[in-house]
Design a protein around this ligand. Structure first.
Ligand code: 5GP
Length: 115
């Protein structure tokens, strides 16, 4: 893994401004700078795992924590009943920041399948 901090580590560490909406021991959430829906929040583990396949059995609790935290954040932003979680995993899947993150998207009808 590169020694250089990821963009999201720099936001978590306060080196780059971020509109932070949630922080706990394991993860931080902030608004996406280029929202694709009225609610578009990025939920990011503090631990900079690039992609899901870089996780280990030790990360099971962390990954579960993200899944349990996302609906709480969605509810706090008024979309608890209907929201989408997206992980773009790999460049061809649209990943541009190689620090695992869940997109929490909602606030408008969402089509399926995504493009
Ligand atoms: P990915 O394409 O890796 O799944 O998602 C990366 C997301 O990060 C994109 O939705 C993009 O808009 C968002 N993003 C890129 N740079 C910044 C930034 O500096 N601040 C914030 N808050 N979001 C960013």
């Amino acid at each position: 893994m590169s020694d250089e901090k990821t963009l999201f580590e720099r936001i978590i560490d306060g080196e780059i401004p971020g509109d932070i909406v949630h922080e706990d021991e394991h993860c931080v959430a902030f608004k996406d700078i280029n929202p694709g829906a009225p609610v578009h929040i990025l939920l990011v583990p503090r631990k900079p795992m690039p992609r899901l396949q870089d996780g280990t059995p030790d990360d099971q609790g962390l990954l579960g924590h993200l899944m349990l935290t996302a609906p709480k954040i969605a509810a706090q932003h008024g979309v608890g009943d209907a929201f989408r979680l997206v992980v773009n995993n790999g460049a061809d899947a649209g990943q541009s920041v190689f620090h695992l993150h869940l997109h929490i998207i909602g606030g408008r009808p969402l089509k399926w399948p995504p493009g």
